[in-house]
Design a protein around this ligand. Structure first.
Ligand SMILES: [Zn+2]
Length: 309
C-alpha cells in the first residue's frame, strides 16, 4: 500500500459513553496537529469491546464532533468490520511462531512469584509459563505475543525519549482471548495500518501501550507512526477524567465555550475575542495558531473547578 502523501491522524473513541472534556481535548489535539500540516483527520469507532458498547453512542459521538466543527475526512471506520483482518494477522503471527496459546488463569499469573511485588492496579507480568507449549487438559484462555528482552525505544513528540523493556514490564501479552475476541493492542495496530495513520496523538494513559504496539508493528513489517501523548485532563482532585469516573458529557449547545476550554487546557491561550465566535471560527483560529511547545511545560492539565459541569 502506498503511504499517504500528507500527514494523517485519527481519533478513535470507543462507543461506551459520550465524549467528555478529556476526550474532546484528545480529539482537538489530534485534529489540530494534522490540520496545521494540511493533513487528513480520520475518525475510527473502536467498537470491538462489544459488551461495553452503548447502542447509538457512536451517533452521539459523531454529532458532538460535528457540533464542535471537528470535521473528519472520508468515511467513519468501524473496527467491528475488521475482525477478519485481525484474525488474518493473528494467524500469520502464530504461523511465524510469534503468537502462542496460553492456558494460564488470571489467578495463576497473579500468584506467580514474578508478581509478588505487585501493587494493586499494576499490570500483571506474564511469567512465560506456556511459551514452550500447553497441555491439553486445561482450557485455552488466550493467545499471547512473544516479547523481546531488549528495550523498545521511541521518541514521543511531547513526552520525550521513551524506553520500555516489555519482558520486564508486561511479559508476553494477550492479543486474543479464549472467547475469540481480539484485544486492543492488536486491533489498534491493524487499524492504524489499514487507515495508513502517520501521526498518533492521544492521551498519556496510552503511553504505556505504545511499546507493545511498536513491537507488533515491527513483527508485521508495518511503518511506525509518529507518537504524541497529550497530558491527561484531570479534575480538581487530580483524577483523570474518564467514563469510569463519571465524567460529564460535553454539552453540544456550549460548543464554542467547550472549544475555548479545550484550547486553554492545551495551553493555546485563545484570545477573549474568540468567546463570541462560532465553533468553525474558533477552529480556524486554532489551526492557524496551533503550537505544541507550551504543552511541554504543563505535564498535567487540570480542569478548573469553576467550569460548568
Ligand atoms: Zn500461560
Amino acid at each position: 500500500m502506498k503511504p499517504p502523501t500528507v500527514p494523517r491522524g485519527r481519533f478513535a473513541p470507543s462507543p461506551t459513553g459520550p465524549l467528555h472534556m478529556g476526550s474532546l481535548v484528545a480529539a482537538l489535539g489530534s485534529f489540530l496537529n494534522v490540520r496545521q500540516q494540511d493533513g487528513e483527520w480520520l475518525v475510527r469507532i473502536d467498537d470491538i469491546d462489544t459488551p461495553r458498547n452503548v447502542p447509538q453512542m457512536e451517533q452521539a459521538i459523531l454529532l458532538t464532533l460535528e457540533q464542535h466543527a471537528l470535521q473528519w475526512d472520508g468515511d467513519v471506520y468501524y473496527s467491528s468490520q475488521h475482525l477478519v483482518d485481525y484474525e488474518q494477522v493473528l494467524r500469520a503471527l502464530q504461523a511465524a511462531g510469534q503468537v502462542f496459546p496460553c492456558t494460564c488463569s488470571r489467578r495463576e499469573i497473579s500468584n506467580h512469584p514474578i508478581n509478588n511485588q505487585r501493587q494493586t492496579g499494576d499490570t500483571l507480568i506474564y511469567p512465560g509459563t506456556c511459551r514452550a507449549g500447553v497441555t491439553a487438559d486445561k482450557p485455552l484462555r488466550s493467545y499471547r505475543l512473544r516479547v523481546p528482552t531488549s528495550a523498545i525505544e521511541f521518541m514521543d513528540l511531547l513526552q520525550g525519549p521513551q524506553a520500555d523493556t516489555l519482558a520486564i514490564s508486561v511479559g508476553d501479552f494477550v492479543v486474543k482471548d479464549g472467547q475469540g475476541q481480539h484485544h486492543y493492542q492488536l486491533a489498534t495496530v491493524v487499524d492504524d495500518q489499514i487507515q495508513q495513520i502517520t501521526e498518533v496523538v492521544r492521551g498519556a494513559d496510552l503511553l504505556a501501550s505504545t511499546a507493545r504496539q511498536i513491537h507488533l508493528q515491527n513483527q508485521l513489517g508495518y511503518r511506525q507512526p509518529k507518537y504524541l501523548h497529550l497530558s491527561l485532563v484531570t479534575d480538581a482532585l487530580g483524577i483523570k477524567l474518564s467514563k469510569q469516573h463519571g465524567a460529564t458529557a460535553v454539552d453540544n449547545t456550549l460548543a464554542g465555550q467547550n472549544l475555548i476550554t479545550a484550547l486553554t487546557l492545551l495551553q493555546q491561550q485563545p484570545p477573549d475575542e474568540l468567546q463570541h465566535v462560532p465553533p468553525a471560527g474558533i477552529i480556524r483560529w486554532a489551526i492557524e495558531h496551533w503550537n505544541r511547545e507550551p504543552l511541554k511545560s504543563f505535564p498535567i492539565a487540570t480542569l478548573p473547578t469553576t467550569l460548568p459541569d
